[in-house]
Design a protein around this ligand. Structure first.
Ligand SMILES: [Zn+2]
Length: 410
């Protein structure tokens, strides 16, 4: 499977200038491409093909005085920016036609120099190279120092260079890795992702986010309040923006570390892992939004998914409409909705339930049943996570949390 290995990189001031130019050129090509397609659409013309677009906004544009400077950066970076645009269009069309399920995919949007996250991608064609002295050679940028926090397991197929909102630079390598099956175990687990606890397991274990993380999150909230009081466009506001970005990056880093440890342990200890398929984006729009995003469930579920695939475990999201917190896990009676404040209840059958543990047990049962239904008597391994685009065309691509050191699914 393909995994992403992220490292912090430290470009020199001159290399930072070169990178800024490359980010800018990639953005301009992306925006030119988007504008060309929009104009064609408004004029009632056919959708511009990928090839035609590339010819117009890269090859021909370079010959004009207005866009001549595009020649100053690696051509691959420009092609990859257009590839992102093409992917964004394909995702949008797939959603329009109903081929793509899940949350709404918006029409591609213009990129801004004010986006928090700037990124460019070099593929093998660009001849980027990890040198023997440990530096990363990027065409038309230079040999950039890298902090190798772990070894790359194989030669990377591409590298994305990212500048996050806190002004840090990262290199994110895509590497094809071999799966490493773990010895089989008997246990299976259902996980309820909750608001009172980060996660509750069907074996009764409740996992709370560590104190340092909660404290850091509180500090971040305070900084955000400070920021909201600063005058728009002022120097103090700009300083506060960087402060918030740094604090946010720190919280995101420690949260991710903690989630990595937790997900690794759960995958190691269980042969099958079932999680409720929460419509996280749906919840995100309600007043629960704050806690939902703080908890970072989506990231955690993604970790479970790719680690399960990598280590030969079963992973399954169970039907999100099953009323897991209303059903008695002992007798199956549906007991009606319960407000969040109800933490435990007694079923007429006599069973006393902790709300969250009961839900986790129901998720385990639902996961087992769905696995059986899906393929006769055999429990199938979950599909490998769908490849995600590499650079940011996602609505929350501006979020700085993606670019921390470590390994993640592609
Ligand atoms: Zn009951």
């Amino acid at each position: 499977m393909q995994l992403r290995y992220n490292y912090r990189v430290y470009p020199t001031p001159a290399q930072q200038v070169a990178l800024a130019r490359a980010f800018g050129c990639a953005r301009v090509v992306f925006n030119d491409g988007l504008r060309a397609r929009q104009q064609a659409r408004e004029a009632g013309e056919a959708y511009l093909s990928d090839g035609e677009l590339s010819k117009r906004v890269i090859t021909q544009a370079k010959r004009t005085p207005e866009r001549e400077w595009l020649g100053g950066v690696s051509a691959v970076v420009l092609q990859q920016a257009l590839a992102d645009l093409n992917t964004a269009y394909r995702n949008f069309f797939a959603w329009l036609s109903g081929k793509r399920k899940g949350r709404k995919v918006a029409r591609p949007r213009f990129r801004s120099r004010k986006d928090n996250r700037q990124a460019i991608r070099f593929t093998a064609n660009a001849r980027f190279k990890v040198l023997d002295n440990g530096r990363l050679r990027l065409p038309k940028v230079g040999d950039v120092p890298v902090r190798w926090s772990r070894q790359l397991p194989a030669a990377p197929t591409s590298v994305t260079v990212i500048r996050d909102a806190a002004g840090r630079y990262f290199a994110s390598f895509v590497v094809a890795t071999t799966n490493q099956p773990l010895p089989p175990v008997d246990r299976e687990v259902g996980i309820d992702l909750g608001l009172t606890h980060f996660a509750v397991l069907s074996n009764g274990k409740k996992v709370t986010a560590p104190r340092f993380l909660r404290r850091a999150a509180r500090k971040l909230r305070r900084l955000q309040q400070d920021l909201s009081r600063k005058q728009r466009g002022s120097n103090n506001r700009q300083k506060a923006v960087v402060k918030v970005a740094r604090a946010h990056a720190r919280v995101a880093d420690s949260r991710r570390d903690w989630q990595h440890k937790l997900s690794t342990r759960i995958i190691r200890d269980n042969q099958a892992v079932y999680v409720e398929d929460l419509c996280v984006t749906g919840l995100g729009r309600t007043r629960l939004a704050k806690s939902v995003h703080d908890a970072g469930w989506a990231q955690f579920v993604n970790m479970l998914e790719y680690k399960a695939a990598r280590h030969g475990r079963t992973f399954r999201k169970t039907n999100r409409f099953a009323p897991t917190s209303q059903t008695c896990s002992t007798c199956g009676r549906l007991d009606g909705p319960k407000p969040l404040s109800v933490r435990s209840w007694t079923c007429p059958c006599g069973a006393v339930h902790d709300r969250d543990v009961n839900a986790a047990i129901n998720i385990l049962a639902a996961g087992r049943a769905e696995s059986l239904n899906a393929c006769g008597a055999q429990v199938s391994p979950a599909p490998v996570p769908a490849p995600r685009r590499e650079a940011g065309i996602h609505p929350d691509a501006a979020c700085s949390t993606r670019s921390v050191e470590g390994i993640s699914a592609v």
